[in-house]
Design a protein around this ligand. Structure first.
Ligand code: AMP
Length: 174
């Protein structure tokens, strides 16, 4: 498996969910076991070069759960979900954010990060950076350090890296 094989499994959906947005659909990639496994292992390698001493992974609902949980399993790390508003059952903190095509609220459990814990934030795609930076703010509010941000896809023309406090770790850049 090569990176070209991965790119060929990312489907462009024009004007979804709004006119002017080209949605990067990763479901064909996830459906291919070899491609999925390659992505997780390659991303792990890049993470280990760029962000050392990671204690846990925070995955962002919903596609960040798929990539983040697979990475956490691969790296023997714990997994913490950052969820859309109203889904977490226990005490929580929340953060509003804007995305390429709207705005929303994410929440994390108040006890999900320990003081001084080094956290890697994972999502499928970096666009304007609003989502990942909102999760970074919550991790810091909970006393954690953001060790890095990792994505399968980085839409670099949107400048999302400016909202992050470290360079994005990624597999595919458009
Ligand atoms: P942003 O906060 O603008 O960086 O947006 C990132 C979040 O929105 C991620 O959770 C992505 O899954 C989703 N997203 C934004 N733009 C796209 C896109 N063009 N294709 C697929 N997902 C996207």
């Amino acid at each position: 498996m090569k990176i070209e094989g991965i790119i060929s499994k990312i489907r462009d959906i024009p004007d979804y969910p709004k006119p002017g947005i080209i949605f990067k659909d990763i479901t064909p990639l996830l459906r291919d076991g070899e491609a999925f496994s390659y992505c997780v292992k390659e991303l792990r390698k890049r993470i280990e070069v760029k962000a050392r001493g990671i204690d846990s992974i925070v995955g962002i609902e919903a596609r960040g759960f798929v990539i983040g949980a697979a990475l956490a399993y691969e790296m023997d790390l714990g997994f913490v979900p950052a969820r859309k508003k109203g889904k977490l059952p226990y005490k929580k903190i929340s953060e509003n954010y804007t995305v390429e095509y709207g705005s929303d609220t994410l929440e994390m459990h108040s006890d999900s990060i320990s003081k001084g814990e080094n956290v890697l934030i994972v999502d499928d795609l970096l666009a304007t950076g609003g989502t990942a930076s909102a999760v970074g703010s919550m991790v810091r509010k909970l006393g954690g350090n953001v060790a890095g941000y990792a994505f399968l896809i980085w839409l670099s023309a949107l400048g999302g890296e400016k909202k992050l406090d470290s360079n994005p770790i990624y597999l595919i850049k458009y």
